[in-house]
Structure formats: C-alpha cells, structure tokens
Design a protein around this ligand. Structure first.
Ligand code: G3H
Ligand code: 13P
Ligand code: ZN
Length: 331
C-alpha cells in the first residue's frame, strides 16, 4: 500500500520555493542519517520558525533503512508540533536519486520531493530520465529536482572545473523539456569537506580563501529562467573551529576547506532557493563527540556523548538558517 506524504503532514517544495525566490532567501536542505540529526534539525527549524528540507541520500537509506527514515520524518512533523510549531513546513526529499525505480519507491513511500541526478549522463539521456521521473512524480504532486552540469572534485584544477559548470544556454531547453520543478547547477561548489586544495586558495590574513563561485554563470542562468528555483549542492562551509576541535582531540583532518559563508549569503538572495548542507553537520557531530570522549574517558552511555553532539548540530543549523540562508521567520 502506497503512503502519501500528505498523510504524514509533509509538504512539497513548490510553494516554499516560490516564496523563497521572491523573498530573497534560501531553504536549508540538511541531510540526515540518525535520530539525533533529525531532532537537531527539527529543534532548529522550530526555534527559528524556518521551513526546512530533510533529505535522505541512497547511502542514508542503506545505513538507516528507508522505512525507518520515512517514519522518522513522520515523527519530525509531530515533534515540531509538540515543540510548539502550529504550522511546520517540512519536506522529505530524496537526495541524488540515480534511477527511476529509486525515485518511484520514494514517491510511493511518503517522500514529498525527489532529486533525479542525471548530471553524469549525456544531455539527452539526462532529459529522458528526468522527464520520466517528473511524469510519475507529478501524478502524486511530488516535486522534482534535476541537475545539469557536473560538480567539481577536489582534484580538479579550477580552470578544469569551469568546463563542468552548467551551461546557461542549455537551461531553458532542459527545464522546458523535463518539466522539473527546480534545477541544481554547478558553479564551483563540490561535495565533502575538502572542496579546494590549499594551492587553489589565496592566503588572506592567515586564512585560506578559495576562489569565488561563478556568480556570472548563476546570473546568466537567472536571466534565462527568470524566477525558476535554483539549487546549490556541496554548500558546506567547513567551519575551521570544528576542524580544529576534531584535530585537537585525536582527529586528522588536513586541508579541509569549504565555501565561504558570505558567498552562500549572496547566493541566497538570488534565485538560489535550496542550499544543501551535509558535511558541516558531520563535522559538528564528530567534533563534539571527540571532545566529549577525550574529556570523559570513563563514560560509555551513548546518550552522554550524543547529547552534546546534538546540541552542537542544532547550534550549527540555527546559525545557517539565521546568519547565512535567511529562512528564519518565514513560516
Ligand atoms: O551529496 C551527498 C550527501 O552529502 C550525502 O552523502 O551519500 O554519503 O550519504 P552520502
Ligand atoms: P556538502 O558535502 O558540502 O555538505 O554537500 C551536501 C550535498 O550537496 C548533499 O546533496
Ligand atoms: Zn549533493
């Protein structure tokens, strides 16, 4: 028996994105794999009165089980209400769906939004696959994110990365022929905690500053598709205080460099209305756990070290919502 996201109290992204594009802010899309991440996301969204996208990757489904994560998201809506939100706006989104079958399974099982990532396919194949997912999803009022352009890897030279940027001349044809509801683009972000090599950065006042995002490409895309919802993946900023804590308490993270927050703040004011953050949550969790473990070597109750981890993630989510994306007070 299929489960509609509407029965779980979730919403799709349509109205949320339209308001965000108009209002010049972005909706946070936080990945979750664990109960503590879910709790921290909901607490942060309720406290800041922000809409939020909770996203599940294929890896998250493999780790935690799709049924459990779907039910956690159902719990998230109830939990938000319990925390005092009268009108929680929570999306359950599939992150980087790679096949029609996976997207269909999520649509049939309570997801309100899916991403079909055909960005590594030839252009026409990406269109055909995206179109197929859109046709199925829209029957159930589920919204679809597609991707055009390839996100750079850390090994790419900046100049080489440029060749993978989304081509503004393709976006109208792609959006029209696929019918997608939002479009993830490549303008210099990438996944993980190592987005740039130190050699790609400039040293400013002792801080390594990476090359700027390709705002010219973003603005050209906006010109081609006025008001169309744009998504940025790979948007963790890799807070250096968390990296320092991890390394101070036994970790070994070298040259971890993310996207400067001012650039994300700038992007949020444009048609960029969804910003994906996963690595920063991993860093916040790991830093708090490492610190707690080092300072309390005799403790072994997981609740003791997961509580500060949850607090640290919540603090980070609130910071992103209020100081970077500007989605607070938008319910
Ligand atoms: O874009 C990737 C997300 O950070 C999810 O990562 O596939 O390791 O769960 P994952
Ligand atoms: P980060 O690795 O920069 O957090 O990106 C997450 C992401 O894009 C999830 O789809
Ligand atoms: Zn991504």
């Amino acid at each position: 028996m299929a489960t509609s996201y509407k029965d779980l109290g979730l919403v799709n992204t349509r109205e949320m994105f339209a308001k965000a594009v108009k209002g010049g802010y972005a909706i946070p899309a936080f990945n979750f794999n664990t109960l503590e991440q879910m709790q921290a996301i909901v607490m942060a969204a309720v406290e800041t009165k922000s809409p939020v996208i909770m996203q599940v990757s294929k890896g998250a489904r493999n780790y935690a089980n799709g049924t459990i994560l779907r039910n956690l998201a159902k719990g998230a809506v109830e939990y938000a209400k319990e925390l005092g939100s009268t009108n929680p706006q929570i999306v359950l989104h599939l992150d980087h769906g790679d096949t029609f079958e996976l997207c269909k399974d999520c649509i049939d099982n309570g997801f309100s939004s899916v991403m079909i990532d055909g960005s590594s396919l030839p252009y026409e194949d990406n269109i055909a696959l995206t179109r197929k997912v859109v046709e199925y999803a829209h029957k159930f009022d589920v919204t679809v994110e597609a991707e055009l352009g390839v996100l750079a890897g850390v090994e790419d030279e900046v100049s080489a990365a440029e060749s993978h940027y989304t081509k503004p001349e393709e976006v109208v044809d792609f959006a029209t022929r696929t019918g997608c509801d939002s479009l993830a683009i490549s303008i210099g972000t990438s996944h993980g905690a190592h987005k740039f090599t130190p050699e790609q950065c400039t040293l400013v006042n002792g801080v390594l500053v990476p090359p700027p995002l390709a705002f010219d490409v973003l603005h050209e895309i906006e010109k081609q598709l006025p008001g169309f919802p744009i998504v940025l993946h790979g948007s963790s900023s890799v807070p250096q205080d968390e990296v320092k804590t991890i390394n101070q308490f036994g970790g070994k993270l070298e040259a971890a460099i993310g996207i400067p927050e001012e650039q994300l703040r700038e992007a949020s004011k444009s048609a960029v209305c969804k910003i994906n953050i996963d690595s920063d949550s991993r860093l916040a969790m790991t830093a708090a756990i490492r610190k707690y473990m080092a300072e309390n070597p005799s403790h072994f109750d997981p609740r003791q070290y997961l509580k500060p981890a949850r607090e640290n993630m919540k603090k980070m989510y609130i910071h992103k919502i209020v100081n970077v994306l500007g989605s607070n007070d938008k319910l």
